[in-house]
Write a protein of this length. Structure first.
Length: 457
């Protein structure tokens, strides 16, 4: 019997892998998406983003056409990076071609090496020792409970984003590598997050900050308020980050006014990049990286925890000589100014949050329509959702490897009608089920939607 069970499990794993590989190979890249953008005048930086809407997940590529010098600062307990050790050697030659941020956890590291091979394939770089393409990068974790599939940013997506890179335009919010980022999981906020940027020019001195916020902690405004959160109904309306931290860990006690979920999301990372056009030595560039990264603990609280893999790259394009234009601005002032700019970038990463829906008192779907929705909908080999009907009421239950958001596996969840074809799961978070398309179920329709196909009636 045990051998039969093991054989069955192996067959299921093989079938799931085949299905996953087939789905991955059919995806179409969406490039430079997003209507809300930061525009800045700096030809030395080109930015390209690529996304797979089916995830959704994505990648963000920063290319330096004239190359640059880089340094890195790594914090937190779970970093995922490529080529950071090379940057730590402190060479001051302009050798850096690109910085790559990606979703997909460690599978997304493929994006970084793919950018290097694309530069070789396109004839920009070669196999000569002095002309090798140097790309560095870091990833965020965007799998787990936030998505019902395991689509990842792959080589094809990263190379498409590189080839679509353009100067002076950076998509803000849930785009690129921040396509399905979240923040505030430590406190159960589970707010949608994304990528942000800020730019400042003082005379000929230029600096820019870029960030993908996927933090365990909460994003905090300069006046100390929680910037994005789906709060518990018992929490104070004017919630400050200090309130959450002050009551921690006693705030996790059941029944507390500031209680937080015991199974909060703990797979997080914030990856960031600061760029200046001033020539800096290796030591000065490293100090810039360390200072700016340290300063981010004001905007994200707590920061660089055991469950974060925070990485910051500091880059100098070397277009103006050190202090040539600004003899009155020593490097310490440059560091402080860049740190404030990074806080601006972090705040700019927050997309508009969907509203928690309000259900009607009684279902508005007719009995005939309700019957039409009954069936099993497959989102991936990992998760399916079974829709059943009792009387004129619909119920949802997750089947397979794990829950489907607030739709659990242990018992059916009652759905509340929003319209004849849309329903909600009551609770703290916005969970909407849409049956408008034939033989399909869309959970959370819109920017972060998950699509399930009917597998059986």
């Amino acid at each position: 019997m045990l051998s039969k069970l093991m054989a069955g499990a192996a067959l299921f794993a093989f079938a799931s892998a085949v299905i996953g590989a087939a789905a991955q190979s059919t995806l179409s890249p969406v490039l430079n998406a997003g209507e809300k953008v930061l525009r800045f005048d700096w030809p030395a930086i080109e930015v390209g983003t690529g996304e797979y809407e089916e995830g959704p997940t994505g990648v963000t590529v920063f290319r330096f056409p004239n190359r640059a010098v880089g340094a890195v600062d790594v914090r937190g307990g779970g970093p995922g990076t490529v080529n950071t050790d090379y940057l730590r050697l402190g060479y001051e030659e302009h050798e850096l071609d690109a910085v790559v941020f990606s979703g997909g956890s460690w599978y997304g590291l493929e994006s970084t090496t793919a950018v290097a091979t694309a530069l070789k394939d396109d004839g920009v770089r070669s196999g000569h020792w002095a002309n090798l393409a140097l790309s560095v990068g870091a990833i965020i974790y965007d799998f787990g409970d936030r998505r019902l599939n395991e689509i990842y940013p792959d080589k094809r997506l990263a190379q498409s984003a590189l080839r679509a890179a353009r100067p002076g335009v950076f998509p803000l919010g849930a785009q690129g590598a921040g396509r399905f980022a979240k923040s505030g999981g430590l406190f159960g906020c589970n707010a949608y997050s994304g990528q942000g940027a800020a730019f400042r020019q003082i005379g000929d001195l230029k600096m820019a900050a870029f960030v993908v916020v996927n933090a365990l902690g909460v994003v905090t405004t300069r006046d100390g308020r929680v910037a994005a959160c789906f709060p518990d109904a018992r929490w104070p309306k004017d919630l400050r980050t200090a309130d959450l931290l002050r009551h921690f860990p006693s705030s996790r006690t059941p029944g507390s006014t500031l209680s937080t979920p015991p199974k909060a999301d703990r797979r997080n990372t914030t990856v960031s990049l600061v760029v200046v056009n001033r020539t800096l030595t290796a030591a000065e560039l490293q100090r810039l990286a360390t200072h700016v990264h340290s300063s981010m603990s004001r905007a994200i609280q707590p920061f660089a925890t055991e469950f974060d893999g925070d990485v910051l790259y500091a880059v100098s394009t070397g277009e103006i000589a050190a202090n040539a234009q600004h003899p009155g601005m020593p490097n310490v002032e440059l560091d402080v100014t860049a740190a404030e700019l990074m806080w601006d970038a972090i705040l700019a990463s927050i997309p508009v949050q969907p509203a928690v829906p309000t259900a009607t008192a009684t279902p508005r779907a007719s009995l005939t329509e309700a019957q039409r929705f009954v069936g099993v909908y497959e989102f991936s080999p990992l998760v399916s959702v079974k829709i059943s009907k009792s009387g004129d009421q619909l119920f949802a239950q997750a089947i397979g490897g794990r829950d489907a958001y607030s739709i659990g596996k242990d018992a059916p969840t009652e759905l509340h009608a929003l319209s004849p074809t849309t329903f909600s799961v009551p609770g703290r978070y916005p969970t909407v089920l849409d049956f408008t398309a034939a033989d399909s179920l869309v959970i959370d329709p819109g920017h972060w939607q998950q699509l399930g196909r009917r597998a059986s009636p």
